[in-house]
Design a protein around this ligand. Structure first.
Ligand SMILES: Nc1nc2c(ncn2[C@@H]2O[C@H](COP(=O)(O)OP(=O)(O)OP(=O)(O)O)[C@@H](O)[C@H]2O)c(=O)[nH]1
Ligand SMILES: [Mg+2]
Length: 364
């Protein structure tokens, strides 16, 4: 009946531009000022996910209303060394990260002697290490507590506990070696997923640059190296410019971007990368006057997908009429897709594919 939102948490050292980026993203007015810890209360904002396919479908069927899917952003207070042991806003900070689905790690890549840096110099690699180390330390705490519990379970003869213990031990070893739990993404997902470790969440880097760095990129290079090593993404953004762009109305913005020769704003890239890392898929519905995009985890079946829209549609599910995005595009209209036999009738177990355009038949 309602959309269960996914959240991207914005983290990083104090004064690196998190709130500036958050404000530009949401045009909400979180307080951005040259003062470490100005974001004491986390701020939540909802943004539209840029969607090329949605635009193209809309271009063909011209619906009166188009509704994109959304992603929530949480602006989290700056973290400092020792946060995992309660320094700064330590526990509060880590608690907020625990609730997000994906992490945008903002790294300061702009020189500006007027704006204080907690470590007194610009050094992206050092900054990233500080933040990641705190997350790893917090996870080690979690693992240690669980290890104790699991060892007790083994003594009571719990066979499954032995396997779990093995996974925990290996994860602990990796964390001790400075690696995030994320390196175990894959077969052990369930065991580790249940622990809700901070370093198990998908993370990408955001290099916050000034205009000088946009051209030369000495700082961003070192962030990029780290991102590549960790097999993740990096987005370069100029917080200051993005907040100016965010103030423009849509038409002015398009003209401005066109003149600058930019297709997509840094913010749009940031949202897209965050959304993509969640490993979700999008399907589309055209009901009445509204074309709408919906987000579901990969592998969701047609019946549950219908439930995303309304619980009655899930309960009374009969069939799903499905056309693949490509087929729709090539046909040029739903009518023509139907004539060509490209609209399939699928049952409740059909795993919805990314890009499917679906009409659900149900008993109201
Ligand atoms: N030159 C320059 N200054 C920036 C940029 N982004 C942010 N700033 C400035 O840096 C200062 C801190 O920005 P905030 O966005 O409040 O930083 P924050 O990371 O949210 O800080 P905390 O909430 O205290 O952890 C402000 O004075 C911003 O104007 C940028 O891209 N370039
Ligand atoms: Mg802030």
């Amino acid at each position: 009946m309602f959309d269960l939102g996914f959240t991207c948490g914005i983290i990083g050292l104090p004064n690196v531009g998190k709130s500036t980026i958050f404000n530009a993203l949401t045009s909400a007015k979180a307080e951005a000022s040259n003062y470490p810890f100005c974001t004491v209360n986390p701020n939540l904002g909802i943004v539209k996910v840029p969607d090329e396919r949605l635009k193209r479908i809309a271009g063909i069927i011209n619906p009166p209303k188009t509704t994109p899917t959304t992603l929530e952003f949480l602006d989290i207070a700056g973290l400092v060394k020792g946060a995992s042991h309660g320094e700064g806003l330590g526990n509060q900070f880590l608690g907020h990260i625990r609730n997000v689905d994906v992490i945008a790690h903002v790294v300061r890549c702009f020189d500006n002697p007027d704006i204080a840096h907690v470590e007194s110099s610009i050094d992206p690699k050092r900054d990233i290490d500080i933040v990641n180390t705190e997350l790893i330390l917090a996870d080690l705490d979690t693992i240690d507590k669980r290890l104790d519990k699991t060892e007790k379970l083994i003594k009571t003869g719990d066979k499954k506990a032995a396997d779990t213990l093995e996974v925990y031990k290996r994860t602990k070893e990796a964390l001790n070696g400075g690696q995030p739990a994320r390196v175990f993404k894959g077969p052990k997902d369930e065991v580790l997923g249940e622990l809700n470790l901070l370093t198990f969440k998908p993370l990408f880097y955001v290099s916050n640059v000034d205009e000088k760095q946009l051209r030369c990129g000495r700082y961003t290079e070192s962030v990029k190296e780290i991102a590549e090593k960790e097999n993740t993404e990096m987005v370069v953004i100029c917080g200051d410019i993005e907040s100016e762009i965010a103030e423009l109305d849509e038409e002015e913005r398009d003209v401005f971007l066109h003149e600058m020769g930019i297709e997509q704003t840094g913010l749009e890239r940031l949202i897209k990368v965050g959304y993509d890392l969640l490993n979700l898929i999008t399907f589309y519905t055209t009901v009445g006057s509204e074309l709408r995009a919906w987000t579901i985890p990969e592998g969701t079946n047609a019946r549950s997908a219908a439930g995303k829209i309304h619980s009655d549609m899930e309960k009374g599910f009969i069939k799903a009429e499905v056309v693949a995005y490509r087929d729709f595009l090539e046909s040029g209209s739903l009518t023509s897709a139907k004539e060509k036999g490209l609209i399939r009738l699928e049952g409740k177990e059909y795993p919805v594919k990314d890009g499917d355009i679906i009409h659900f038949r149900f008993n109201p």
